[in-house]
Write a new protein. Structure first.
Lengths: 132, 288
C-alpha cells in the first residue's frame, strides 16, 4: 500500500511578506488534521501564482493509478527557498506527504514534504520550507 | 500693494506651505499579519461568517459556496477587489503625481504587487464618473486630507468577495479608507458599504510597515492552468441545505451556529447573553 496515514504535521507560520494571496482558504479546502503519503512519478510541474502545482501519478492500494494535484507555494516564497521552474521535471520519481482535500474524489493534496528518489532532493524538512 | 493684492499674495505664499505640511505616504509598504492572520493569510475553515454584518442574500450565497470553485480556470487569476485585496498578503507602492506648474498633488498612484493591481487616488477634486461607467477591481477613487489622515472614497468596484469562505461583495459596494501614518507604520481602516450583501457598514483595519529595503517581489505571474482535473462545465456548488462544511467554523471554536450566521446583531456586546444561552443549550444537548 502506498498511501499511508501519518500523524498531523505542525505548520510553521512565518511572516508572509512575499506570500502569494491564496485564491482559496487552505483550511477550507484541505483536511489539515490528516496527512497522507503518495509515491509516484511527476507528470507536470506548474511553477506559478497564486500557487504552484505538482501533478503526480501514483497507484493506490489496489494498484489503480490516480493523478494527484499537489498544491505548493507561489513563485515568490518558493523562489526564496531555492525552488525554480526547473527544479522538478516530468518523470521524476517522488514521495510526497500532504493534507488531503475534503473531497477524496478530487485527489488533491496540500504539500507538506517532497523527496525525489534519484538525487535525494527534498523540501519541507527545514523550518523555513513552508508556504502560505 | 492694495489690500486685495496683499490678500492674493498671502494666499499664494502660504498655499504651498500648507501643501508641504501634509504627511508623506509615498514609499513601499508591506503588510503585517498579527491581526486576523488565519483569515487573511492561509484562510480558515469553512463557515466563518463572524464579524461581518451579512444580509440574507449573503447568507444564501455563502451556503451554496464550494471553495473549489476558485480552482476553475475562469477564476484562478481573478484579482481580489478593493475591499478584499488589502486583507490578503500584499505589499504596495505609493507615489505622488504632481501638477508640473503648481506642484500640487494631483493624485496618489498605488501599485499593489498581489495580482499586479494599479489604482489612482485623485486629489484634484474631480467629479465621479456616472454610475454606468465601467467597474474595475480597484474602482474609482478620490481622496482628501483631514489633518494627518488621508481619506479615500471609492466607487465603481467589481463584484467579488469579502472573505474566501464565500461571503460575496456586490458591484454596488463603496469603500471609505483612512490612511493614518505613525512613523514607519501605516494604519489602514476600511469602512465598506454594500446595499446588497451587508446590512451595516463592515469595518476592518490593517497595519503596514514601510520597507527600508526594497525587494523584487512585485510581479505576479498568475497563470491559468488545470489545477485539479475536473469535467468541463462542472461548477462546484452546494444546493440549499446540502453544504456539509457549513458548520466547520462553528464546531472548531465551539460557537453556536446561529451566532456565526447572525450577522450585524452578533457583532455587538448586547448579543453576548444570547450566545451564552445558545452555548448552554449546546452543552445540554451534548450531555443528553
Amino acid at each position: 500500500m502506498r498511501i499511508v496515514l501519518l500523524a498531523p504535521l505542525l505548520a510553521v507560520a512565518l511572516a508572509a511578506g512575499s506570500a502569494a494571496a491564496p485564491h482559496h482558504s487552505f483550511a477550507a479546502t484541505y483536511d489539515q488534521q490528516e496527512t497522507i503519503r503518495i509515491e509516484g512519478r511527476i507528470v507536470q510541474f506548474q511553477f506559478r501564482n497564486p500557487h504552484s502545482y505538482v501533478h503526480v501519478e501514483a497507484p493506490d492500494a489496489d494498484g489503480q493509478v490516480w493523478r494527484w494535484a499537489i498544491e505548493w507555494g507561489g513563485t515568490g516564497q518558493l523562489g526564496q527557498q531555492g525552488v525554480t521552474s526547473q527544479t522538478l521535471q516530468p518523470g521524476d520519481e517522488v514521495t510526497v506527504t500532504g493534507n488531503p482535500g475534503h473531497n477524496p474524489g478530487d485527489h488533491r493534496l496540500l504539500m507538506r514534504t517532497l523527496h525525489r528518489t534519484s538525487d535525494g532532493f527534498g523540501w519541507g524538512q527545514r523550518p523555513d520550507e513552508v508556504f502560505d | 500693494m492694495s489690500g486685495r493684492g496683499l490678500g492674493l499674495f498671502m494666499i499664494l505664499a502660504l498655499g504651498p506651505v500648507a501643501a508641504q505640511a501634509q504627511l508623506g505616504i509615498s514609499g513601499e509598504w508591506a503588510g503585517q499579519y498579527h491581526e486576523d492572520r488565519d483569515d487573511r493569510v492561509p484562510g480558515d475553515v469553512n463557515g466563518d461568517f463572524t464579524g461581518v454584518p451579512i444580509s440574507d442574500a449573503a447568507r444564501r450565497y455563502a451556503e451554496a459556496w464550494d471553495v473549489r470553485r476558485v480552482s476553475l480556470i475562469e477564476h484562478q487569476c481573478q484579482p481580489y477587489s478593493l475591499p478584499h485585496i488589502y486583507r490578503g498578503p500584499l505589499q504596495f507602492r505609493i507615489w505622488e503625481e504632481k501638477h508640473p506648474d503648481t506642484q500640487e498633488i494631483v493624485a496618489y498612484n498605488v501599485y499593489i504587487g498581489t495580482y499586479m493591481q494599479s489604482r489612482k487616488i485623485w486629489m484634484d477634486g474631480r467629479e465621479r464618473p456616472p454610475d454606468y461607467a465601467p467597474h474595475t477591481f480597484m474602482g474609482f477613487s478620490t481622496g482628501r486630507w483631514n489633518g494627518d489622515v488621508l481619506t479615500v472614497e471609492t466607487t465603481h468596484i467589481k463584484k467579488e468577495f469579502y472573505r474566501r469562505s464565500g461571503l460575496p461583495s456586490s458591484d454596488r459596494t463603496t469603500v471609505v479608507e483612512h490612511y493614518i501614518r505613525h512613523g514607519n507604520l501605516l494604519s489602514h481602516v476600511m469602512i465598506i458599504d454594500d446595499p446588497v450583501y451587508l446590512t451595516e457598514p463592515y469595518v476592518n483595519s490593517q497595519e503596514f510597515v514601510r520597507m527600508e529595503r526594497g525587494n523584487q517581489n512585485w510581479l505576479y505571474n498568475c497563470e491559468y492552468v488545470m489545477e485539479v482535473p475536473t469535467p468541463k462545465n462542472d461548477v462546484p456548488h452546494f444546493l440549499p441545505g446540502e453544504n456539509p462544511f457549513l458548520g466547520d467554523f462553528s464546531e472548531k471554536f465551539g460557537l453556536p451556529l446561529e451566532a456565526v450566521f447572525r450577522g450585524a446583531e452578533a457583532t455587538y456586546p448586547e448579543y453576548m447573553p444570547r450566545i451564552e444561552e445558545l452555548t448552554d443549550e449546546m452543552s445540554e444537548a451534548s450531555e443528553r
